[in-house]
Design a binder for this molecule. Structure first.
Ligand SMILES: Cc1ncc(COP(=O)(O)O)c(C=O)c1O
Length: 648
């Protein structure tokens, strides 16, 4: 059930007075919660003056009567922020009761160091009442606040003018803001009896207000169209946007996301859902992770983008040093680009040019593997060769042979074509987009040995598996192998900004170390080595250097084993695969990537507050490292429910 959220045009306009009257009239149906309190306790006042009210304790309480972040700072603490408050939201004691949630100050008061309270108010619910004092200036104050709220996409269902009745103000506010206005008078004094009498005397007005709110309060309609702002954005989106991997006709409406924090996405219709796929595997520690956002904000004060040909800057150098530190190479280099496909494109071009420099330009073939995916640019498509995604472009693709992940088959192939093959490319341990298919470190090692024996370059595409996703910093490290080229992207800057890198081994670098300008690697993107992305990536690197960071995907693997692995015994479950932060369940259904079951799974999980995006019949989770144990449990529950629904 929807909660009722009390907003005020300012501090001290009568929010708590309204709460006292409301709780006195409707203590049988509402329970009071003021999540964030500073100064004298309103929760305590409600408890004392409306003894029959159920009062939930605040989740943030600071003594000084100033803005919460400042009050927290004065006590040497930090505010827990929007999602911390959301997580702490109490459940009413019975199913037929709602919370009356009182906000602090104004909706535009600071909630923590980064966000204003309105972001929290949006996430808490969509039935909002704005309290305004009827003293002089009521019209301007109220209309201004309503307009500002609307500008942030927050609708207000009603205004309550508190104080001596002012017909004129009520009329004008209603006329200029198209919001229903109710008038209530404050009690003569603040004692339990006066509150009770005041509420009883105005019961008719309070009931009228409740009836007016009734539609919103009763509404459990959380489809993306429930909120007018969401509806407006969807209509505009539908006429101008072309979304990735989405047909232009017949697709489900997108979710309208208005904010993201930790493992949560906040939707414009008031829902907040768990981003269980880390926004296409990019978000590593959680959305808006403070150390990364701080690195972005502090560096954005003095640099934006500066090109990288003939110019250098601090952060890309520092990041490259960190990236290369994980390899026992001496003389390796980092070539920056801006997404996974371009990192792969760079690796393929470099590998071919390497052989050209060795006097072997006939090495025009590459080897990829069944179910491999390396991106959507032409080179990346050629080594992925998925018939559904890329079959149409087959006549345009460079030569690549796609083999099963089998060292013997690779050995046979390279024995035959060794002198024509520039390199092999593989996603180490986990093939992501191909259905979270996994192979063992032993198999990977055997593949590397065969490649080395035939003197062919080994490209590790760690675009998805990097940054500890599989439990080690780089997935290939689990096999103790040494690739010639490594592609990184997605999580490189923690998912905050686009950034990619191709790590190049000394052997390949050496072939380019010549003053012969015709042998230059002629490749570069406008946003190569974006300074801000590199600054954020360095903050990310610092986090990855801490043992507790990599302990998180390892702990997730244990959790998945306990909670998701048992799905293996469910009817029509073909396989369960777990590695590090990744848990995948493959269903035994027809239809491959286009299987209808994907949609069923997605909708079921969403209903349970979890965002999943199955790869056809493969349902998987790969949440950010910050995901709390409660959220992990919700993801596991959603996976169970989705499998059940999909296999009925
Ligand atoms: C292993 C792998 N390589 C490359 C890519 C392409 O990355 P991007 O989407 O950033 O171009 C992906 C994307 O999913 C991937 O999983």
């Amino acid at each position: 059930m929807s909660d009722l959220i009390i907003l005020g045009t300012d501090t001290d306009v009568g929010k708590t007075t309204f709460a006292l009257l409301w709780m006195s009239a409707f203590a049988d149906r509402y329970e009071y919660w003021k999540p964030v309190e500073t100064g004298p306790s309103d929760s305590e006042q409600v408890r004392q003056l409306v003894p029959k009210a159920i009062v939930h304790p605040p989740c943030e309480r600071f003594e000084a009567a100033v803005a919460p972040p400042l009050a927290a700072q004065m006590e040497g603490k930090r505010c827990r922020g929007m999602f911390g408050v959301i997580r702490a939201k109490p459940a009413p004691t019975a199913l037929d009761r709602r919370l009356l949630v009182e906000s602090f100050g104004s909706p535009f008061s600071p909630l923590d160091e980064r966000c204003l309270q309105h972001m929290l108010l949006r996430a808490l619910g969509s039935c909002r009442v704005l309290i305004s004092s009827s003293r002089l200036g009521a019209v301007g104050r109220t209309v201004q606040c309503l307009a500002a709220l609307r500008g942030q996409g927050l609708q207000t269902r009603a205004v309550v003018l508190l104080g001596p009745a002012d017909e004129y103000a009520a009329q004008e506010i209603q006329r200029h803001s198209e919001t229903q206005v109710f008038s209530l008078r404050a009690p003569e004094s603040y004692d339990a009896e006066a509150i009770r009498q005041c509420a009883t005397a105005q019961r008719q007005d309070l009931v009228a207000l409740e009836l007016h709110l009734g539609f919103a309060l009763a509404s459990e309609d959380h489809t993306p169209l429930a909120d007018p702002i969401a509806k407006d954005q969807l209509a505009r989106d539908a006429s101008v946007i072309w979304h990735p991997y989405t047909p232009l006709a017949g697709a489900d409406r997108p979710l309208v996301c208005s904010a993201a924090r930790d493992e949560f996405l906040s939707l414009a219709d008031g829902r907040h859902v768990i981003d269980a796929i880390s926004s296409w595997w990019t978000i590593l520690h959680g959305h808006c992770h403070p150390p990364l956002m701080n690195a972005l904000a502090s560096n954005a004060e003095y640099i934006d983008h500066v090109h990288f040909a003939g110019v250098t800057h601090y952060w890309p150098i520092r990041l490259a040093e960190w990236l290369l530190r994980a390899f026992p190479w001496k003389g390796g280099r980092v070539f920056y680009s801006d997404n996974g496909s371009t990192a792969v494109e760079v690796a393929l071009k470099m590998a071919y040019q390497f052989w050209c420099h060795q006097g072997e330009p006939q090495r025009t073939r590459f080897v990829g593997f069944d179910h491999g995916y390396h991106g959507d640019t032409f080179g990346a498509m050629a080594v992925s060769r998925d018939p559904l995604f890329f079959g149409r472009f087959e006549p345009l693709l460079l030569q690549a042979d796609i083999l099963p992940i089998d060292p013997d088959r690779l050995d046979d192939h390279l024995s035959k074509y060794r002198d024509q093959v520039a390199g092999i490319i593989i996603e180490p341990l986990v093939q992501g987009a191909g259905g979270m298919r996994m192979h063992t470190p032993q198999t990977l090692r055997a593949i590397a040995e065969v490649t080395q024996r035939h003197d062919v370059l080994f490209i590790a595409d760690e675009v998805m598996t990097g940054s500890g996703r599989t439990g080690t910093l780089w997935a290939h490290q689990a096999a103790g192998i040494m690739p010639d080229l490594v592609c990184a992207a997605k999580t490189l800057a923690g998912g905050v900004l686009p950034l990619a890198a191709t790590l190049v081994s000394p052997r390949v670098v050496k072939a380019f170390e010549t003053a012969d300008r015709s042998k230059t690697f002629f490749h570069g993107h406008s946003f190569t080595a974006h300074p801000l992305a590199c600054a954020v990536a360095c903050a990310n690197a610092e986090l990855l250097d801490r043992p507790e960071t990599l302990a998180k995907p390892q702990a997730m693997a244990t959790f998945w084993t306990e909670t998701v692995e048992p799905l293996r015994f469910q009817a029509r479950v073909k396989d369960v695969r777990i590695r590090g932060s990744i848990a995948a369940v493959e269903l035994d259904v027809e239809g491959g990537y286009l299987a209808d079951v994907g949609r069923t799974i997605r909708l079921k999980a969403l209903e349970m507050g979890v965002l999943l995006r199955p790869l056809g019949s493969v349902l998987y989770a790969m949440p950010p490292y910050c995901t709390s144990s409660e959220s992990l449990q919700k993801i596991a529950d959603a996976m169970h429910a989705a499998v059940k629904t999909a296999t009925l």
